[in-house]
Design a protein around this ligand. Structure first.
Ligand SMILES: Cc1cc2nc3c(=O)[nH]c(=O)nc-3n(C[C@H](O)[C@H](O)[C@H](O)COP(=O)(O)O)c2cc1C
Length: 201
């Protein structure tokens, strides 16, 4: 039996918004409760990449879970601007935070302690409380500015998990590529997963 996982999920305006949808879909099969925060730019990318027009949080959750018969996870949506929400405080205990996808703008804000939004503040709290913080960054190529910010996150104890799926599991569909990244995040969070086969050598 998988133990409960309570997470904080930030969704920002980088390309690859499908990664967040895949992650929420698979997390819905794990018992627990997670806070979800979506940036304004992420809503624009949802429109551009998925033809999804953000009307309400419930609508978005239904979109993420459209293929699931049952869910075992409770998702609580918090406003991007609500810096007074629970994840903004170190006294709120959880199992880690994932920013998926993570824009270079949010990477920069977190790396430099510029906690303007609830996503950035929640991430700052993870670093100070030594909780798991996983940033699924998406940009290519990287500039030295990006590399310096990545370095700061690593030195502060966060994980950088670039949205760069492997191909050794012979993916056939986009879903296979998305599953690879979700599987990698699950591994870091110690969530049992069978989203891609273990490399047997
Ligand atoms: C369609 C689209 C794709 C984008 N792709 C990326 C990307 O891959 N990586 C990135 O860092 N920014 C990307 N951006 C730019 C960010 O959305 C922009 O820097 C924004 O200010 C990020 O804000 P946020 O981090 O608060 O979501 C993209 C923007 C749009 C409209």
């Amino acid at each position: 039996m998988q133990e409960k996982k309570n997470l904080v999920i930030g969704i920002t305006g980088a390309s690859g918004i499908q990664y967040s949808i895949n992650f929420i879909k698979h997390l819905s099969q794990i018992p627990g409760e997670s806070y979800v925060i979506i940036s304004n730019s992420a809503k624009i990318v949802l429109q551009k990449e998925m033809d999804f027009y953000y009307k309400s949080d419930n609508d978005f959750l239904d979109f993420c879970l459209r293929d699931q018969k049952q869910t075992y996870h409770n998702f609580i949506f918090e406003k991007y601007e609500n810096i007074g929400a629970r994840p903004a405080s170190g006294s709120f205990i959880h199992n880690g935070m994932v920013v998926i996808p993570c824009s270079t703008k949010t990477l920069s804000a977190i790396a430099n302690g510029y906690s303007y939004s609830l996503i950035e503040r929640s991430a700052e709290v993870c670093l100070k409380e030594k909780r798991k913080l996983i940033l699924v960054i998406r940009e290519t190529p990287y500039s030295l500015v990006h590399v310096n910010n990545i370095r700061k996150i690593l030195l502060a104890g966060g994980f950088i998990l670039p949205a760069s799926p492997g191909f050794y599991h012979k993916p056939k569909t986009i879903e296979d590529l998305l599953n690879f990244i979700t599987g990698k995040i699950f591994n870091l969070l110690e969530i049992k997963q069978k989203l891609f086969p273990e490399w047997k050598g």
